[in-house]
Design a protein around this ligand. Structure first.
Ligand code: GDP
Ligand code: MG
Length: 303
C-alpha cells in the first residue's frame, strides 16, 4: 500500500456564529483545549474570522470563530459583521449560539434582525443555548420558542462553553454531519492563524481587559516586527497599539506608564506560552485619527 495516500476521514467546516458575547470564542477554545481566540467580557472582542482545528478519532472539523452579528453603522463593525456572514457560506454546518443566561426580553425588531442573519445559512444549523451554568433549564423554554420560529434548526442544545457541559453531544452531532474527506490540516496545526496574528490578538485582549471606557473600541494592534533567533530561544516583538484620539494616550500609558507596563507584562506572559519560548515585547502607542473608518488601515489589519 502506498504509505503517502491520505486517509479518508469525516471532515468539514463548521461556522460558529451568533450575537456578540454569546460565548463563541470560549466555545472554540474549550473544544480545542487551547486558547486560540481571545475572550473578554466586552462585546465585539473578535474582529476577524479565526479557524481552529478539532481532531478526533476518524474526523477533523475546522471550526470558524466569527465576530458577533449585530447592527452597526460604524465601518469597522460593518466589516466585522460581513466577515461573520461570509463565514456562513460554503460550510457543512452552522452553530448559532446565544447567551441563555440573560433575562429574556426579545427587543422589538430583534426577531427580524436574527431572521435576516439566519437567511444566509444554507447548511444544517444547531441552536446552542450557552451559559447554562448560570441559568435554570426552565428559563430556556421561551428562548427555544423564540428562536425556533426564526429558523428550522436541526437541533437545540443547552451547553456551557465555559465548563464544557453538553459539548460532547455537540461534537457527536457535528461529526455525524461531516462528509467523507481528507484532513485540511496536519494533526499538530491547531489554527490557520499565524503566530504574528495571534500575538497581536493577545495584546489586544489585554488592552480590552485592562482599560475601560472607549479605549478597547478605539484600539488596534499591529505587529511591526517579529524576529526569532535561529534556535528559537527568544522571540523579539515590536508592536504598536493604535488609538483614535490624543486624549486616549494618557489613559493607556497610565500614571508613570503603569498601565502600558501592565498590558505589556500580561501580553508577554501569554505570548511566551503560545510560542513556548522567551519573548521580549516592545509596545508603542500611536494616534491614528479615525483609523476604524480608514479602509487602507483596515486592510492592513486583515479586513
Ligand atoms: N458563565 C459563563 N460564561 C461564559 C460562557 N461562555 C462564555 N462566557 C463568558 O462570556 C463572555 C463573552 O465570551 P466570548 O467567548 O468572548 O463571546 P463571543 O463574543 O461570542 O466570542 C466572556 O466573559 C466569557 O468568559 C459560559 O458557558 N458560562
Ligand atoms: Mg469572540
Amino acid at each position: 500500500m502506498d504509505q503517502t495516500e491520505p486517509e479518508i476521514i469525516k471532515s468539514g467546516v463548521v461556522a460558529l456564529a451568533g450575537p456578540p458575547n454569546a460565548g463563541k470564542s470560549t466555545l472554540l477554545n474549550t473544544l480545542l483545549g487551547q486558547k486560540i481566540s481571545i475572550v473578554t467580557p466586552k462585546p465585539q472582542t473578535t474582529r476577524n474570522r479565526i479557524a481552529g482545528v478539532l481532531n478526533g478519532n476518524g474526523y477533523q472539523i475546522v471550526l470558524l470563530d466569527t465576530p458577533g452579528l449585530h447592527r452597526s453603522t460604524v465601518p469597522l463593525n460593518k466589516e466585522m459583521v460581513q466577515v461573520a456572514l461570509d463565514s456562513l457560506q460554503g460550510v457543512e454546518a452552522v452553530v448559532f449560539m446565544v447567551d441563555a443566561s440573560r433575562p429574556f426580553t426579545p427587543a422589538k425588531g430583534r426577531g427580524e434582525e436574527y431572521k435576516a442573519y439566519l437567511e444566509e445559512v444554507k447548511s444544517p444549523a444547531f441552536l446552542l443555548l450557552n451559559k447554562i451554568d448560570l441559568t435554570g433549564k426552565n428559563e430556556l423554554l421561551p428562548l427555544i420558542d423564540f428562536y425556533s420560529k426564526l429558523y428550522p434548526f436541526k437541533g437545540v442544545m443547552p451547553v456551557s462553553a465555559l465548563t464544557g457541559d453538553g459539548l460532547d453531544h455537540l461534537v457527536k452531532e457535528l461529526v455525524a454531519l461531516m462528509p467523507p474527506g481528507f484532513k485540511y490540516f496536519p494533526d499538530d496545526v491547531p489554527t490557520d492563524a499565524t503566530e504574528r496574528f495571534l500575538s497581536a490578538e493577545i495584546i489586544r485582549e489585554k488592552v480590552f481587559l485592562l482599560t475601560g471606557q472607549e479605549i478597547p473600541y478605539s484600539s488596534a494592534v499591529l505587529i511591526e516586527s517579529f524576529k526569532e533567533d535561529s534556535q528559537r530561544k527568544l522571540v523579539e516583538i515590536h508592536a504598536t497599539i493604535f488609538l483614535e484620539r490624543k486624549s486616549q494616550k494618557g489613559i493607556i500609558l497610565g500614571r508613570r506608564g503603569d498601565k502600558i507596563k501592565q498590558i505589556g507584562t500580561a501580553a508577554r506572559k501569554d505570548i511566551e506560552e503560545l510560542l513556548d519560548c522567551r519573548v521580549v515585547l516592545h509596545l508603542w502607542v500611536k494616534i491614528r485619527k479615525h483609523w476604524s473608518r480608514d479602509q487602507r488601515f483596515l486592510r492592513e489589519l486583515g479586513f
